[in-house]
Write a protein that binds this ligand. Sequence first.
Ligand SMILES: *Cc1c(COP(=O)(O)O)cnc(C)c1O
Length: 476
Amino acid sequence: MKYISTRGRAPAQTFTQILLGGLAPDGGLYMPETYPQFTANDLARMRDKNYRELAFAILSRLVSDIPAADLEVLVERTYTAQVYSHTRPGQNPHDITPLLTLEDDLHILSLSNGPTLAFKDMAMQLLGHLFEYVLAREGCEINILGATSGDTGSAAEYAMRGKQGIRVFMLSPEHGMTPFQQAQMYSLQEPNIFNIAVQGVFDDCQDMVKAVSNDAAFKARFQIGAVNSINWARVAAQIIYYFKAWLAVTEDNQQEVSFSVPSGNFGNVCAGHIARQMGLPIRHLIVATNENDVLDEFFKTGVYRPRGATQTYHTSSPSMDISKASNFERFVFDLSGRDGDKIRELWGRVEAGGSFDLKAAGLFDKVADYGFVSGAGNHAGRLHTIRDVYDRYGVIIDPHTADGVKVGLQWREAGVPLVCLETALPAKFEATIVEALGRRPERPHDLENLESLPQRVHAMAADAQAIKDYIAAHAG
Ligand SMILES: *Cc1c(COP(=O)(O)O)cnc(C)c1O
């Protein structure tokens, strides 16, 4: 299996060649050259597999340059009941992604039982094991530099803590994350984790990361790497749970299921698209946004019009406050018939601050063939949905999942199971739950005193030179 760039001008690479990098050299994103296919017979054979076996069955078709026995060990270390232990009462942590059935044909897929209580753990934990393995094999080290407004940074740190050959330098705005999110990151004491509280906002943090990335000499000298949402291995790991959920809600190997996905960077739902291309019978992929509705606008009109950082709203589903969906290019690549020239033309306009219209380009009619539909939530809708789901089913869902449930229900069809992906646990976003329900959500026992643990964080001005000096001093 080789990976090619969406912009068509970079050499094909293997899985481990693209594992530690980000963009392809031509500015595109990597995609499998062809999608491995799973037939109805293959699906039938997958029915009795547990999560680890299923993960191996899927990943071994996408990874051709890690020996199967090694890949199996990495998968077994990743998907354990100990790591995904934050299940609700009655759920079995051995299921890894247990299903919560609200009523007939309406389910929540629990993806947020990992260490940081958000679905990003599902992929990031695998990345931690893959990185350590490949770095040891190649005798290299990596310094991961990232910026976070909450969920990504903590998922990356919990996946990389204590891993050989890896250091994490994570920039976060000094204000803006919840006290829970801050404590999650800053309480880590592993010497390979460096938390940096930037005197600025999230965009300042991102600008600092960009400045370092643009300094090719510095980047090469200190082996700077990233774990952002365009990383192919993260997308690959997310494909697995679409299969797992589909198997859990069907008995017949042709039955269609719809998935509703709270979306920001289009990473999670992109994995659903790829699962569908691999043969999984998915009816609708329901893209749910919040007030930052760039993706909803696209799926309704064919116009993709990313907004600037200053036009991004701060909402009560903050992990979806994104106005430029970095993985969206992967879908448009397939939509265009994998036309690298077309993608270069379209993203040339986006990168110049513009937009594109696929209706005008004659491509929009095909979107329906890919099963995509969409909708947008808002603050009042989230509060209403959190209350409604609690009143009807006694289940508390987080604000991002609430956007997904609300939009999902708008597209619900009789006889088609609807699976809403749970992208965070409510404990992570207490304030909004209190606003909706007048009570606090349950918190996992092991995190009860999180905010009172000692914290380790370095304050820094919003200055690219300052982070370069800090990395140089600590990169060993
Ligand atoms: C990251 C995140 C999302 C958005 O996922 P994408 O893959 O960027 O579309 C949604 N909800 C939560 C809680 C997240 O952390």
